[in-house]
Design a protein around this ligand. Structure first.
Ligand code: CP3
Length: 358
């Protein structure tokens, strides 16, 4: 990349490294998405979701849309976690109203062994290309977050072929053929590591690993089949770029029971959903990691006054000092009124400075 513009707002990076900030930074999971009419218009122009992801100019356009509306402290690359299994040849498409579907599944030894590890600058080149373009267009306004799915979460889709209720095939493999599950997870972890390093090389300034389905495991299997591979990825990442550390946030939905284990494996920050009190979470992780979260996305159905109250409660519960990145506890719902998202963001701007004095 040509010399990047200096970062004008580095609140996110400082908060994730638990360095002092003037206020709490804020962004939203799925901040570029269907709740925004301008997103729906671009998606319609693209024709379908994967074309949107595969066209860097369009991916860049939708990445920047929420930043035009709201005073956000980060941009997140517009893409999807399922780009990797797609590039492994599983044939991804999205069925409207039903979510992702793969043409092929990975349920036996032959299928696991046949999976290639995609070259991120080849089959997945549209992703680092989008990162490069977004960095150029952001021109230093806020940091850009890159992301990938955790190997466990990706494996659930690769094995089931779609979203799932009981994870019958996937948990079947885990309990019946743990050796094969480990082979699949190891391969996926190597693919994710290369992919995230390519995003860093292209200009991602922070990373998120989404372990959306880690919470369906038991305490033992969570460590063995989810956390262990997140650890493998993090230990294989380039830790700095452009002279700064690239902080990594790990998010396990329903990961509350295992926060202590999550706090000690190498992530700089943990994403937490709304099922925990963020103050309790802070006491449990101590000064080992930053925390990102955790407003219930459904709170945005309420009026701005109520939203402001809930934002205030979360900020108060976290308390004084750095190490908090305000976010939703999961992605914003498509039915939310964009002005309500704006109310949440403005509330963080208005209410958080008092927790960062001295
Ligand atoms: O946060 C952002 O703004 C960046 C974009 C982003 C998308 N997906 C775009 C998207 C990110 C970070 C993701 C991650 C993702 N994708 C996860 C992990 C995070 C989470 O929400 O738990 C998962 C599990 C997926 C897989 C996936 N992608 C599903 C199950 C679906 C269909 C259901 C749904 O939520 O819509 C998608 C589609 C998808 N990915 C959409 C968007 C904006 C909606 C597609 C559309 O426009 O119709």
């Amino acid at each position: 990349m040509t010399t990047p513009a200096p970062l004008q707002n580095d609140l996110l990076l400082r908060a994730l490294l638990r360095e002092p900030t003037e206020r709490t930074p804020v962004w939203m999971m799925r901040q570029a998405g269907r709740y925004l009419p301008e997103y729906r218009a671009t998606r319609q122009r693209a024709g379908d979701f994967m074309t949107l992801c595969r066209t860097p100019e369009l991916a860049c356009e939708v990445t920047l849309q929420p930043l035009e509306r709201f005073r956000l402290d980060a941009a997140i690359l517009f893409s999807d976690i399922l780009t990797i299994p797609d590039a492994m040849g599983l044939g991804l498409h999205f069925v409207t109203g039903e979510g992702p579907r793969f043409e092929r599944t990975v349920r036996d030894e032959a299928a696991v062994d046949a999976l290639p590890i995609p070259d991120p600058e080849d089959e997945l080149r549209y992703v680092p290309d989008a990162v490069r373009l977004i960095r150029q267009e952001l021109n230093g306004r806020v940091p850009l977050i890159g992301f990938a799915g955790s190997p466990w979460t990706l494996a659930t889709y690769m094995i089931e072929g779609s979203s799932s209720k009981n994870y019958a095939w996937c948990k079947g493999m885990l309990y019946d053929r743990p050796d094969l599950m480990h082979r699949l997870l190891d391969k996926t972890a190597r693919a994710v590591t290369a992919y995230l390093n390519a995003q860093i090389a292209a200009g991602a300034q922070s990373l998120m690993i989404f372990d959306t389905w880690g919470g369906v495991l038991t305490p033992q299997t969570y460590r063995e089949f989810s956390l262990r591979y997140a650890e493998q990825i993090i230990s294989g990442l380039s830790k700095t770029a452009e002279g700064r550390r690239v902080p990594v946030v790990f998010f396990t939905k329903n990961g509350g029971p295992w926060l202590e284990a999550m706090a000690g494996f190498g992530a700089d920050g943990l994403g937490i959903d709304w099922t925990q009190d963020i103050g309790d979470a802070r006491r449990r992780v101590g000064d080992r990691v930053a925390l990102q979260g955790n407003l219930d996305p459904s709170a945005l159905y309420a009026s701005p006054t109520v939203i402001e109250q809930h934002v205030g409660e979360i900020l108060a519960s976290y308390g004084t000092g750095t190490g908090h990145v305000f976010n939703l506890g999961h992605g914003i719902h498509p039915e939310v009124n964009p002005d309500h998202a704006g109310a949440m963001i403005e509330a963080v701007h208005a209410l958080s400075p008092r927790y960062h004095q001295g």
